[in-house]
Ligand binder design. Sequence first.
Ligand code: SF4
Length: 320
Amino acid sequence: MVTVLDLNDRPRTRHPEKAHRPDQEVLRKPDWIRVKAPVSRGYQETREIVKSHKLVTVCEEAGCPNIGECWEKKHATFMIMGEICTRACAFCNVATGIPTPLDPNEPESVAKAVAQMGLTHVVITSVDRDDLADGGAQHFAEVIHAIRRLTPQTTIEILTPDFLRKEGALEIVVAARPDVFNHNLETVPSNYLTVRPGARYFHSIRLLQRVKELDPSIFTKSGIMVGLGEERNEVLQLMDDLRTANVDFMTIGQYLQPSKKHHPVKQFVTPDEFASYATVGKTKGFLLVASSPLTRSSHHAGDDFAKLRAAREARLAKSA
Ligand code: SF4
């Protein structure tokens, strides 16, 4: 059975900064956006492990439509450093406000959950922590080290904030040597003021470029949502910007509006258009492009990591 989820019917005010905004019509989803209901045994088991270790997942906090499918396979993306974000992006369902202090036991708890779930590849993301001097870089590094200690065979992908105005933060995270460093551009630059106002497009591009400069062995990855009012040409330009920064892997998915106070969906991009973006992206030199309506940064991340490795080896063999 397939159904469309609405996980956002929550009692507390998650977005006080959006409360004054006029309501935006929430468009009916097209037929091609269909997801699995979260009812399987695997889903329940994942839920219990997450709760027993008192962990937060972006799957729940962002109201991800893929949660039924991913959690059935025990694929959860852990969100570290609390559940309250210091930014207030217009698309995001993660709660905003004043965050709680860091939990010093969190690195160990995440590592234990990874071991219990038997993950071969794990994705760790976080809220934005502009309140911390290093933006949470050291905490990210400690989580990576804790996982390496407990399950050294697990490959680690991180999806980080932009560490804007946090001198030295990026270097701390890169030195911990994640296998994949992901930082999402989220949208084209012309949308930044309305969609991602606290961020700077070229800072994010430079952050990704710097990761490769510091450690070329780390795969770099970035993603955007479409349907936010962008033009096709702007997406193609953004691809070029990512390739200039030597980014290996790009993800493209449909933006879905979490509530009537969030940025409206301007367009439902068709599956054919997503396929076309994937084709163009490959011609621009990415090792991998995942592009479909339900593509999310961490969707199928383990399988994609295997494809990334294979693509890099094939390219190296070709140039030898
Ligand atoms: S796509 Fe990512 S965020 Fe969504 S449910 Fe799957 S692992 Fe969680």
